[in-house]
Design a protein. Structure first.
Length: 292
């Protein structure tokens, strides 16, 4: 299959530059994106008032191997793109503000998470985190990478050697260096990224604990020894931030606070040292959120 990344964009970019007959095909396709991937080459030729060879030439000009390849790529592209191409923007009024929309979505998603969280999963996760020596948070993609970075930022303050990774090569390399005293923590809303699944398998080989914050019963959860499972809904509004990312951050906070309370003397000493080092910079001795 030809590696066309965004077929819709390619057709739009070439729109108007096709030969006359091929342009008729392009025009029909752009006006019927959702249905074209379900029809035959004969039907597309008929609807475009051209011959079948013209349809094939059109497909090949786009970089596809033929009509079948074109249909597959278009179907995949449309599945992702239609929410952006065929939507009517809702007018935001004073009573339906962006502030209300974003915060209400976060509140409702948090309530869903609160009802799903299994206290036993949290307890098992806290016990494993409290006894680990090296803690690596792993995430790929925008949201999970952000959560992983914040998680490492939370846990190093507790006296645990913690870092975050999102590079595929580094994930595998670090996994291969771990042992029974170490823990690799994977973050993914879907539990499907191949690189995370493969990295967990590598870490398992060397006896490291593998833990994930992800969708229950996903492939990632099945290869990890411990799971904190959440299946969160996403708002169809494409302009809103992903609420699940913020909920995942809150779950990390729950784990960090629980681990801190499990080893209070060690945690207080580490936080005291951090605060003292910062006071030397700004001179402020008032209470500050050093846990953040």
């Amino acid at each position: 299959m030809a590696a066309t990344f965004d077929l819709i964009t390619k057709i739009k970019k070439m729109d108007g530059s096709f030969k006359a007959r091929e342009q008729q095909v392009a025009t029909y396709v752009l006006n019927n994106l959702e249905s074209v991937s379900q029809i035959s080459v004969n039907s597309l030729a008929k609807f475009s008032n051209v011959s079948e060879p013209t349809v094939i030439r059109f497909c090949r000009k786009l970089g596809c191997d033929g009509f079948k390849d074109f249909k597959i790529q278009l179907a995949q592209n449309v599945a992702v793109s239609m929410q952006y191409l065929s939507r009517s923007d809702k007018t935001v009024t004073s009573t339906d503000s962006t502030i209300d929309q974003v915060l209400d979505a976060l509140i409702s998603t948090t309530e869903v998470a609160k009802n799903q969280i299994n206290p036993d999963e949290i307890s098992n996760a806290v016990n494993a985190l409290a006894r680990t020596k090296t803690l690596i948070f792993c995430g790929v993609g925008g949201g999970s990478t952000t959560v992983a970075f914040d998680a490492a930022n939370r846990f190093f303050r507790l006296g645990i050697t913690a870092l975050s990774l999102n590079d595929a090569y580094l994930l595998r390399m670090h996994a291969a260096t771990l042992g029974p005293d170490d823990l690799m923590f994977f973050i993914s809303s879907t539990g499907t990224p191949r690189v995370l699944i493969d990295t967990a398998k590598i870490a398992n080989q060397y006896g490291a604990t593998t833990m994930c914050l992800t969708k229950p019963n996903s492939e990632l959860s099945q290869v990890c020894s411990l799971t904190v499972g959440l299946e969160l809904p996403e708002d169809p509004d494409i302009y809103k931030p992903t609420a699940s990312r913020l909920v995942f951050l809150a779950v990390i906070d729950v784990l960090a606070a629980s681990v801190a309370r499990k080893m209070p003397e060690k945690t207080k000493e580490k936080l005291r040292r951090i605060r003292a080092s910062l006071t030397a910079l700004h001179g402020n001795t008032d209470p500050q959120p050093i846990g953040d």
